[in-house]
Ligand binder design. Sequence first.
Ligand code: KG4
Ligand code: ZN
Length: 342
Amino acid sequence: MRIILGIESSCDETAVALVREDRTVLAHALATQLEEHAPYGGVVPEIAARAHLAQIDRLYSKAMADAGLNLEQVDAVAATTGPGLIGGVIVGAMFGKSLAAAANKPFIAINHLEGHALTLRLTDEAQFPYFLLLVSGGHCQMLVVHGVGNYTRLGGTKDDALGEAFDKCAKMLGLGYPGGPAVEKAALGGTPRFAFPRPLMGTDGCDFSFSGLKTAVRLRIEKETATRALDAALIADIAASFQAAVIAVTQDRVTRGLAMARALAPITAMAVAGGVAANKALGEGLKNIAAEAGLPLLIAPRELCTDNAIMIAWAGMERLQLGRTDGLDTEPRARWPLAELT
Ligand code: KG4
Ligand code: ZN
């Protein structure tokens, strides 16, 4: 059975994983840069690139030792070559290429978004074609996953990504970075008593927009704090109201996106991937839509929703199985839409 070494470094997680063809994760070494970026309230590209460089050798050695393997026993090296923050992408891609060259193993260039998209095939053996809601800090789109390297984009955000909207809301509420988990936690103790706008809800197509919602949250905070402090109760109510608006919009957009997908292909499942898929309330909000459509709702476990190298190794495995490897001259790309993938 073949084994793939996967490398991820496109945003603020450096990770190395070893995954076997039977879907066994042999090792996963991950370092997050949350602390480095926290003072800035977001990911700083230059700091990210340096941190990847500082961590990657150690994580590689750790993953190999944890799995009890040497490079000779690995069948191919897969690394994210985009899209993402280019400095970090270069670090991981060059590291992967060097390993492949040194050990004379095939190199596989992975689109980070394909890593998220194919995760459901690792965890749930999802069958093509399936519908995918891909929501993370940098991405917010709906797709039909027809096969490896074969995607139709149905719609996406016109401004902020959903994870970015969570992060900005958290920042305004003083909840720190990353915002998604903090907003979700705060919302648990709150009442959604503020009627925030639900941008694009009810309109044709399945695009998203979150900038109006972000402004409404800011104005509400300004109004409320004119007469009282931004205390835990108020934070909880605003977080709950924000999350309620986001879920209502997503339900509406997904219902439409799913209908568009089914007009294109015999969809077998409704999948959610990317960091925001870790949000339990959102998952609950999508259950009915999947049930009504008679489709299984597939959401990867939390550690596979957020950025990781397991998904990169698995995407590499799917590509290796199809005999699709890449040259060492493959260029790292900051921008690389899934629809352009082959
Ligand atoms: O996929 P990911 O790890 O990195 C990107 O490729 O962007 O996603 C990170 C994003 C962040 O914006 C984070 O706030 C969001 O996912 N996120 C969440 C939750 N956990 C992570 N958003 C809402 N609720 C959560 N529980
Ligand atoms: Zn991601």
